[in-house]
Design a protein around this ligand. Structure first.
Ligand code: C2O
Ligand code: CU
Ligand code: CU
Length: 480
């Protein structure tokens, strides 16, 4: 059966906010979709893999005429796709060629905080570098790297500092689904931008405390893209990489598609949709079957009624592979520890008034402690009904959680895998199961980036019982 709805109340969409900026299809020729190159290691030594990642400034041809000043990782805009394998030990040499401090945050990787994780406590100063090492120990998933200096995350991501980071494992590699990077397995980061005079972006001019937006969709750093389809099926790894915008996606002809994975794992079973919504930082992997189309046809991807990109259908061989009904043997699902009471988290406010638990983020304050390897239920409330309220996408660093319920009801059918970001609608409370298998200090926050920078963020310390007195060097706004 096919789900025909988004599982979101229209009342929750950001279109109701006074500052909403609708998308407009740009009046420029279609341009071939950019597919980010795969990041190549400097060196491989068995399971030890070494990379250099440089945050740099550059210029990118986005529109006809002047190039746009942009930032990227090893590229002028966005970055190369890191492909990590479960079990590998990753050694990174992180270099900053920007004119300001940055950090390298691995959104979705279960790695220790606060240094390896790359939040605000791991600054890399201009012309400086930092070396980190971590082991990949998690399920196959589509994750991402983005800048995370406080409170400049939003501006730096807007300038372009965002890249894909896949985790692969043997189980996912053996599934009968598309696996050829750039051919039938495509990352798509959905963002929006506002082009000013001379094709430039201007973060300060467009700043909005509820999240910057622009009227022009940008996909993998391409404006008005097309993609040449040469296989019957495409696997699209969708990432909402916008600072604030939600994407309400569907194809022409209401072409159905099958979701196979969410943020941090495969789904237990494939779920068929003809519409899907992504909120900030969420990842959804879908498989689109173009079997009913012929060479010369085109299929359009829309958000609401605005065309985002075109798929140009070419000859393809028939693909009779069936997506398995069981995509993964089991999603980890530990029992909550009886000695850990439900942990409540409240996201409130709009504009400059955003807070978590009535407080604004303080870099050197630990807001909560929980033991490693124990499971606890967290109950996340969005009290927000000012101005109709907004969806706050709640994100945790360093782990994957399981969504248990929304206002006491079952979660959406496409959030039954592991997630690290969950949309919380205005007036809703979402319960999740949280557990960590790495120790350290980790942030949790709203992933509307201006809300995060505005203080809708807190941090917890995960305590390893073998090292209960571990000390972490937390910087503050002054020493940064
Ligand atoms: Cu996507 Cu705190 O991060
Ligand atoms: Cu993160
Ligand atoms: Cu928010």
């Amino acid at each position: 059966s096919i789900y025909h709805d988004y599982f979101f109340d229209e009342a929750a969409y950001n279109i109701h906010d006074g500052g909403y900026v609708p998308l407009v299809r740009p009046d420029v020729p279609e341009m071939k979709l950019r597919v980010p190159p795969v990041m190549q290691p400097d060196r491989v030594d068995g399971q030890d893999v070494y990379y250099t990642i440089t945050a740099q400034t550059g210029e990118t041809q986005l529109l006809p005429g002047a190039k746009t000043k942009t930032w990227g990782y090893n590229t002028s805009l966005l970055g190369e796709t890191a492909i990590f394998k479960n079990g590998q030990t990753i050694h990174l040499h992180l270099v900053n060629h920007l004119p300001e401090v940055t950090t390298f945050h691995w959104h979705g990787l279960d790695i220790p905080g606060p240094i390896e994780d790359g939040g605000c406590h791991a600054p890399v100063y201009p012309d400086g570098s930092r070396d980190v090492t971590f082991k990949i120990n998690q399920l196959a998933s589509t994750n991402w790297l983005h800048a995370h200096p406080c409170p400049e995350t939003a501006a730096q991501v807007w300038h372009g500092l965002a890249a894909f980071a896949y985790v692969q494992d043997d189980h996912e590699a053996a599934l009968p689904i598309p696996h050829t990077y750039g051919v039938d397995d495509i990352p798509l980061v959905l963002q929006d931008r506002h082009f000013h005079e001379n094709n430039q972006w201007n973060y300060r001019a467009d700043y909005d405390p509820d999240g910057i937006q622009g009227p022009t969709a940008m996909i993998n750093g391409t404006i008005n893209p097309y993609f040449d389809v040469t296989t019957q099926k495409l696997r699209l790894r969708l990432l909402d990489g916008a600072n604030r915008r939600e994407w309400r996606l569907h194809f022409s002809d209401d072409l159905p598609f099958t979701q196979i994975a969410g943020d941090k794992s495969l789904l237990p079973h494939p779920v068929k949709f003809d519409h899907i919504m992504l909120t900030c930082a969420e990842r959804q992997e879908i498989i689109v079957d173009f079997g009913r189309y012929h060479a010369g046809d085109t299929v359009t991807l829309y958000s609401d009624d605005v065309a985002l990109m075109t798929f140009r259908i070419h000859e393809f061989k028939p693909d009779n592979q069936v997506i398995p009904e069981n995509l993964i043997a089991a999603i980890p699902d530990p029992e909550p520890a009886p000695d850990l009471p439900i942990k409540k988290v409240v996201m409130s406010g709009m504009d400059e008034a955003v807070m978590i638990d009535g407080k604004k983020f303080v870099m050197n304050r630990i807001d909560y402690k929980m033991p490693m390897n124990k499971c606890q239920i967290w109950d996340i409330t969005n009290t927000n009904d000012e101005m109709g309220g907004m969806i706050h996408p709640f994100h945790m660093h360093g782990t994957g959680f399981k969504v248990i319920s929304r206002n006491g009801q079952a979660p959406y059918p496409n959030e039954l895998g592991l997630k690290d970001t969950v949309s919380v609608n205005p007036g809703e409370h979402v319960q999740i199961k949280v557990w960590f298998h790495v120790a350290g200090v980790f942030m949790y926050h709203c992933h509307i980036l201006e809300h995060e920078d505005g203080g809708m963020m807190a941090q917890l310390q995960v305590v390893d019982p073998k090292d209960p007195d571990a000390k972490y060097h937390l910087i503050d706004h002054e020493t940064q």
